[in-house]
Design a protein around this ligand. Sequence first.
Ligand SMILES: [Zn+2]
Ligand SMILES: [Zn+2]
Length: 379
Amino acid sequence: SWALWSLLCRQRVFATAMRLLLRCLRLGRRRRCTLVRQAEQLWRYGHLCLRSLLYNSFTNGDVVLDSLFEPVYWLVDHVTRWFGVVFVALVIGLTSSVVAIVYICLLPLILQTYTPAWICWHLAYGHWNLIMIVFHYYMAITTSPGHPPQAKDDLTGVSICRKCIAPKPARTHHCSICNRCVLKMDHHCPWLNNCVGHYNHRYFFSFCLFMTMGCIYCSISGWEMFRDAYAAIEVSYSLGNSPLILFQTYYQTPPPTFSFRQRAFHKSVVYVWVLCSSVALALGALTLWHAALITRGETSIERHINKKERQRLQKKGKLFRNPYSYGSWDNWKVFLGVDVPRHWLTRVLLPSPHLPHGTGLSWDLPPCVAKQRTPLLSI
Ligand SMILES: [Zn+2]
Ligand SMILES: [Zn+2]
């Protein structure tokens, strides 16, 4: 009976052990199930969080690229803000150096060798062009391009600026370098260290135009002097480097020797000509581009927007019409502020601080255009 009892005991112990083992296994499975479920929940929550943070119905390739390039933009903005001062100093320094060389080196030569008629032309044209450049550059850097008013009630904006959290009138754009919204923004110009907008667009364009004209004038009228000076520099260099000079005899013609003053004169002439002709090419291209934009009644920013809009409407078979264009000729008159024919002289060919049409907040038809349009519309 002892053997039977011990067998029963062992069986009970075995059964209990098995039951314990089974319970453990079941518990483990349950725990594993909860762990998996929790991880799954966490993953779903994280995924939803990420999607809700990043999701945007306007997301496309451009937005993704913009986001990736955000640090680059930030760097460029900061560098441009700092470089603005350097660029303005560069413009003033280079222009002053050219003017100084013309006055010190070239003007005495012109007065000595040219006929009175040519002397009058050079004196009159040169000074008029210089005054126009200085006036328009000064006005372009000191005139504010115009910003939307801070009081939000007196403004019916067409959109909201994401950065300023303020209404944005038509044609207004946010400048990330100035960190402000700019009325009828064209672009931020590092050479002016200022934004080009509603109130200084004309000054900017006139400066580009007169600077290009001045550079072309210097390049054309200085061409012969440049050729002679360049030849003289070449001769003195080739003589200086040539070994022949060591074996020179009395019977050879002596090489032309230039004094320090003459060499400085030659180098100055070459410097002025090279600088003026390269600026004339680069700035001339920019001026032509802006002239084309003004003819179309667009700003540089609107050019991109209108191009996209034109393509979008073209796909639908519709025609895009720029609401701020009044026709090529009228666009120029509105841009330059020419209301009556005499303004071509007083407002375009002479320095004039007149304000542009409108406030830059709303875009009604300018009076000079409206006057001409009324009879056409009534027909
Ligand atoms: Zn803004
Ligand atoms: Zn700006």
